[in-house]
Design a protein around this ligand. Structure first.
Ligand code: ADP
Ligand code: MN
Ligand code: MN
Ligand code: MN
Length: 348
């Protein structure tokens, strides 16, 4: 038997966006545990805004597990928070109710700032560094500094070793700002892996005394970019059949559901979606081919393939909850009848 370190990880009850929490328990197994071997566990919900002190027990229900590459015999156990009965999802547990479909693919582009001593990494103690321009996909110490690349590379290796579908890295437009991409088939799978990737990044940065700033406009109303989490999406129908008419109906559904999208696309998005810095105004829906100033960017390849493929919703922000973002995208798409279905209904 080997003693394994199980890190149970969950989302707390803070609003508008939850924080990651985690705690360790040791269990003995013959070899790396199967999912079924992971027990339920509990925590004190009164310390995470998930319960009153008088009745504080909440239950952690494992939903995914991954090897923990940073620990000997480590297991990362992603959990949903349940009520004391172990069966009813806690009100803060959004994952329990998301719309899911293995044919719906999501690629999230997580942008964020590395922060040291309350300022973006590489910013001088007072004032600002040279304006934006050389930092995006930049190379060299004066552009990305001596530490950032080490962190993002280590994070990439941790994600890959854990089996998380990390797809790439780039230095972003502002100094100290970076991006990584996570792709998954199914809303839960993609969002689970995004939350785990966020966890691994934050934990890794502890040793560097660096924080991850996820706010969508940490430098306020300045000429410094904010952070998004663009959501690239496609359904089986979009990839295999598509067509201009269907695409236009989907876009009309996005326009109709504007408020529901903005409600789950992350807090303070009005600060970021101003119409400047490659954003569309938050309160007006738009789409355009290769248009990075639109709410939804339509890739050239989509049009060239007969309106087939994936689309990019550029509005979700860096602090958004990928469960709720993916679920809303699916809900809006599902309100559009598939042309085959529509035709059948007309005949019936
Ligand atoms: P950009 O910075 O140009 O907007 P990125 O390369 O950072 O684009 O991100 C593109 C994302 O689109 C990736 O996460 C990728 O996985 C995702 N993607 C590619 N094809 C599909 C698809 N068919 N369905 C959903 N997402 C996709
Ligand atoms: Mn990108
Ligand atoms: Mn980007
Ligand atoms: Mn993008």
């Amino acid at each position: 038997m080997t003693k394994f370190k199980l890190e149970y990880i969950w989302l707390d009850g803070y609003t508008p966006t939850p924080n990651l929490r985690g705690k360790t328990q040791i269990k003995e197994y013959d070899s790396f545990p199967t999912f079924e071997q992971l027990p339920l566990w509990g925590f004190d919900g009164s310390s995470t805004q998930q319960a009153e002190g008088s009745s504080s027990d909440c239950v952690l229900k494992p939903v995914r597990h991954f090897p923990d590459p940073a620990r000997t015999n480590g297991v990362l156990v992603l959990c949903e928070v349940m009520m004391p009965d172990g069966k009813t999802p806690h009100p803060s547990n959004k994952r329990a109710t998301v719309l899911d479909d293995a044919g719906a693919w999501f690629g999230f582009e997580q942008e964020y700032f590395l922060y040291k001593n309350g300022r973006p990494l590489g910013f001088p103690e007072t004032g600002y560094p040279a304006p934006q321009g050389p930092y995006y996909c930049g190379v060299g110490a004066s552009n990305v500094g001596p530490v950032a690349r080490k962190i993002v590379e280590e994070h990439l290796d941790l994600c890959l070793a854990a089996g998380i579908n990390h797809e790439g890295i780039n230095a972003e437009v502002a100094k100290g700002q970076w991006e990584f991409q996570i792709f998954g088939k199914g809303s839960k799978k993609a969002a689970d892996e995004m939350w785990m990737a966020r966890y691994l990044l934050q934990r890794l940065c502890e040793t560097y005394e660096i924080d991850i700033e996820y706010h969508c406009k940490p430098l306020g109303d300045t000429d410094w970019n904010g952070s998004g989490m663009h959501c690239n999406f496609s359904t089986t129908f979009m990839r295999e059949t598509g067509g201009k008419e269907y695409f236009e109906a989907v876009m009309a559904s996005f326009e109709k559901n504007l408020d529901d999208h903005i409600a789950v696309y992350g807090p303070d998005n009005h600060m970021r979606l101003t119409g400047k810095h490659e954003t569309a105004p938050w309160n007006k829906f738009s789409y355009g081919v290769a248009d990075r100033g639109a709410s939804v960017r339509v890739p050239h390849s989509f049009v060239n393939n007969g309106y087939k493929g994936y689309l990019e919703d550029r509005r979700p922000n860096s602090m958004g909850d990928p469960y709720q973002i993916a679920s809303q995208v699916l809900k809006t798409i599902s309100e559009v009848p598939l042309p085959g279905e529509a035709a059948q209904k007309a005949v019936a």
